[in-house]
Design a protein around this ligand. Sequence first.
Ligand code: XUL
Ligand code: CO
Length: 437
Amino acid sequence: MKTAFPKINKIAYEGPNSRHPLAFKHYNADEIVEGKTMRDHLRFAVVYWHTFRGTGSDPFGPGTAIRPWDDGTNSVKNAQNRARVAFEFIEKLGAPFYAWHDRDVAPEGRSLGESNKNFDAVAKVLKEEQKRTGIKLLWGTANLFSNPRFVHGAGTSCNADVFAFAAAQIKKALEVTHELGGAGYTFWGGREGYMTLLNTDMKRELDHLAKLLHMAVAYKKQIGFKGQFYIEPKPKEPTKHQYDSDAAACLNFLREYDLLPHFKLNIETNHATLAGHTMQHELEVSGAANALGSIDANTGDELLGWDTDQFPTSIYLTTHTMLAILKYGGLTTGGVNFDAKVRRESFEPVDLFHAHIGGMDAFARGLKIAAAIRKDGRLAEFVKNRYASWDSGIGAKIESGKATMRELETYILKQGDAKTNVSGRQEFLENLINEFI
Ligand code: XUL
Ligand code: CO
């Protein structure tokens, strides 16, 4: 096959003093951090949808991206060729994983049967390329939002036929994910939400969504797929109110419908900010519930209120992200999945390399900085000491569940007031983080 990136060699680690734009300055795959290679900590993944299907179109104009390998048709042949190009890219970049939606990799046909056939024809190439390169599938997912049939949602559609279609599409996507040895499978809510409650039976829609997920759990077992299931929270876009709005809402839904043992969360930075949270907050909520599975790494824009899906370059962001991930034991089945796209103005193929190299280097730095902060120990020590009143005396008694309200009243009446509070020292802690950045 003709090479798609003839001028680009395999991206090498050259160290922080390198001035080569197409080299890693910080991501050194084999370097050991906290007893594990950077490769194994970060488990980088390239997304098929933005990187190989993104055109740069926006609501005001068509695509601008120059992709010389694409013949512009919606044919299976073009999709198969694109798959080979994708693997050339991922291999040159040195990312160990990739992720797709069914409709990113293969064209949708006129019927489900035809779509499945197209999917199989491209999956065959994906399998060959995975074998050739050793690149693995982080997760697969079904696109249940682009086709007009999903106008009212998929699992939450008012139209039972659409629910059936969605179930059939997930079934196939699960089979292909399994066939390709995927480490996981993601459910992002697509159009599972509402635009107005005037036409919506919310409870019924949520019951249906839970039914769909239970069917997926059952089918997963039936085919022997051992990968991890993820739910990816997002509060808005495309609908005004998405049901999977944030980590807490997802956990509540999963618990209510007895699905929690089967799912972990896939936390995306720009979705966290759209929900009015930080990435750190969403990771903490998931981690505390033992449900931190994977991350979609990107960032929003400070001045724009939508899902801009930019590549992450902020060292503060990656440091806080990696602090949370390390705190909760690191990524196991999940990865750092770049659900991010180059800007419409960055339309040349080489920009795909600049974007991913930058994201990988930013995360490598975040990892090293987070490990240094943990090794230093002052941050953890500060937090531990802040709660010292719970380690003995009345605090320990409350935590053990042995204290009653009457007893606490007697305790406080005797003292007259609570013991003096100590400063939270936020600025001191922010300065401490800056020592490492
Ligand atoms: C949408 C989004 C999706 C999911 C997969 O905002 O993040 O691409 O990651 O469906
Ligand atoms: Co995502």
